[in-house]
Structures are given as structure tokens and as C-alpha cells.
Design a protein around this ligand. Structure first.
Ligand code: DP6
Length: 327
């Protein structure tokens, strides 16, 4: 047997942040989250199940992946094999079609694309919800990348927990300007940082208690296309997430001097009347969310900020696209 499928999925940026797990083994988030799926930040993944293969292989951007990355891929492939009742090993090749080092993690788009391509290649007729749950078990933010436009990942105790769509990409013409502030990989991976945050931050309980209402308000502001309401809420979610990380022991600080300079630029633009808000993930880059009418001004101001290496502009994009190759 030899069966192949290819899937394309996009990165996403959380407006209401996921940070921390209620169950490590099942990879269940401790808080709900809301995100925008982003064009043109696409990962394309091809999976071939082939009886002739002796073991699973995983190639990322043309090079063999590290052992830890391969192990996470194999876990997802094992789940698919067991559901489909097949034993064939797979070769997985994944390419990030991101503008050069866009400062946005590729794990969300990567695991979403892998869940889609592996399921289709194995002959599973999976619903979007099933694909989202499969992606979530591998990396929770990936659950949201199955859907285009705006999506949410609620909290829950079930192994089948999945993200769900809130609104399509054309619901709101927002832009995300990424201010790239450093090259290379992040210092502390989000997975271990989340564990340290839960186990040691004095703000952990407050974060988990406050997140549901904050997320609900962000969802409402999004549905109402109310930028003036959205801006302070998004800012609060990201500052709270980073306050939890910073107050952990050992402390996790993702910010660099250029991150703070970019945050100050966004604040200045706001003082000048532009509706724009910053957010940051588990890394030093600042992402500014604004209306399309303001994107040139926001991009110029960030590009001129000291320490900002370059800017990348993204916008709401479509959900996962899957193609099965004729066998
Ligand atoms: C900071 O999805 O990478 O980007 O479930 O452990 O794989 P795992 O974590 P991951 O966490 C991303 C967290 C974040 C915020 C967000 O995307 O909501």
C-alpha cells in the first residue's frame, strides 16, 4: 500500500491567549483562547503511508527534523494508524512558506497541516472538529488553525476537545503587523514555560480565574467589529499571560529591548488616535493588530523603531486545504 495526501494550513495569532494546561497528558488548556488564522503564513505538509518504509521519517524545510520534533509527529501518526487500522510507516515532508523568518511560530500551522494530511492519506473521513482535536492533542494552538478567519478553543475535560469557528476571514478586514526583533529560536519553549508558570507563578490562579470573562469579551468585540473595545482587551490578555511567565520561578522573560521599544511605538500611535493594539507570544516579537486603513502607518512606525529588524504584514486567511493523491 502507498497512499499520499497534502494539506496546507496557516499560522494563527491569539487575541485571547492560551497559556498553561489543566492536563499535561491530554494537552488540555487551562484557559479558553481566541485567534485569527493568518495569510500568507502557510505550512504545506505531505504525508505518504508506504508499506515499504521501515520507520517514520520527518523532513522540515528540506532537512531531517530533530529527534524531539520527530517524536511528536510519530505520536500523531500512531493515533491516525490506530484509527484507520493500518500499520504502514509514513514519510512526512513539511515546508513553511512563510516570508523569511516571520517571527510567528510554525507549530500551529505545522500540526494542523500534519493532522489533515495524515488523516486523509490514511483514508479517514475526518470532520473539521475531529481534525481540530487531533491537532490540539499535538499542540493546542494548532487546533485553531484548522479553521479560517476567527476561531476559539474553549476549555474542557474531554480528549475530544476541539476548536470551533467564530467568523469567516471576510468578517473583518484586520491586519497584523509583525515587528521582528531577533533572529533564531526562542530561549524557553512554551511547553516547559507553561509548566513552570503553573507550578510557581503567584499569579497563576488569578490568570485562570480571569481568562474566561476576558476571552468572552474579546469574542464579543470581534463579532461586533468593535476595535475601540477590542484594543484594551487584547492588550490585557497578553500582558496578563506575560505577567504569569515573568513571575514564575525561574522567571521567564521573552522581552528584549526592541520588544519594549515596539510596545512604546504602539502606545504612541494610540495616543495619536490610531486604533492599534500589541500582542506577544512566547518570543520577543511584537505583533500589532489594526484596521486595514491604518496598516501603512503602523508598519512604517514599527519599521522605524530602534531594534526592529523587519516587519511582516498578515491578514485573516482561509482554513485547512487538503488534497488526496490518486493511488
Ligand atoms: C503563547 O500551542 O505552542 O502562542 O500545546 O504545548 O504545543 P502546546 O503549546 P502551543 O502554545 C502557544 C501559546 C501562545 C499563545 C496562543 O497561541 O494562544
Amino acid at each position: 500500500m502507498k497512499r499520499a495526501a497534502t494539506a496546507r494550513a496557516r499560522a494563527n495569532i491569539a487575541l485571547a491567549k492560551y497559556w498553561g494546561k489543566r492536563d499535561d497528558a491530554l494537552n488540555l488548556p487551562a484557559v479558553p483562547s481566541v485567534s485569527i488564522t493568518l495569510d500568507p503564513l502557510v505550512t504545506e505538509t505531505r504525508v505518504v503511508f508506504d508499506d515499504a518504509l521501515e520507520s517514520d521519517t520527518f523532513e522540515l524545510d528540506g532537512a531531517p527534523a530533530q529527534a524531539g520534533e520527530l517524536a511528536r509527529v510519530v505520536r500523531l501518526l500512531d493515533e491516525v494508524r490506530s484509527l484507520a487500522g493500518i500499520g504502514a510507516r509514513a514519510s512526512v515532508s513539511s515546508v513553511n512558506h512563510f516570508p523569511t523568518a516571520a517571527g510567528l511560530a510554525s507549530s500551529a500551522s505545522g500540526f494542523a497541516a500534519l493532522a489533515g494530511a495524515a488523516s486523509a492519506a490514511a483514508g479517514l473521513d475526518a470532520s473539521a472538529g475531529e481534525l481540530s482535536a487531533r491537532a490540539r492533542r499535538a499542540s493546542a494552538s494548532a487546533a485553531r488553525s484548522i479553521y479560517g478567519g476567527f476561531a476559539e478553543l474553549p476549555v474542557g475535560d474531554s480528549d475530544g476537545l476541539a476548536a470551533r469557528p467564530i467568523a469567516p476571514a471576510d468578517h473583518w478586514d484586520l491586519r497584523v503587523v509583525v515587528a521582528v526583533t531577533a533572529e533564531g529560536r526562542k530561549p524557553v519553549g512554551s511547553r516547559s514555560a507553561m509548566t513552570v508558570s503553573r507550578e510557581t507563578s503567584v499569579y497563576w490562579d488569578a490568570w485562570v480565574a480571569a481568562a474566561p470573562s476576558l476571552t468572552l469579551q474579546i469574542r464579543e468585540a470581534l463579532l461586533a467589529r468593535d476595535m475601540a473595545r477590542l484594543v484594551p482587551l487584547v492588550e490585557q490578555s497578553f500582558f496578563a499571560m506575560h505577567a504569569v511567565a515573568m513571575s514564575a520561578s525561574p522567571s521567564i522573560l521573552y522581552w528584549q529591548p526592541a520588544s519594549v521599544a515596539a510596545l512604546a511605538t504602539v502606545r504612541r500611535l494610540r495616543d495619536e488616535g490610531v486604533l492599534v493594539c500589541p500582542t506577544m507570544d512566547a518570543g520577543p516579537h511584537v505583533k500589532a493588530i489594526c484596521l486595514s486603513a491604518d496598516v501603512e502607518r503602523v508598519e512604517r512606525a514599527l519599521a522605524e523603531t530602534e531594534g526592529v529588524l523587519r516587519t511582516v504584514v498578515a491578514q485573516p486567511g482561509p482554513g485547512i486545504e487538503i488534497e488526496v493523491e490518486p493511488s
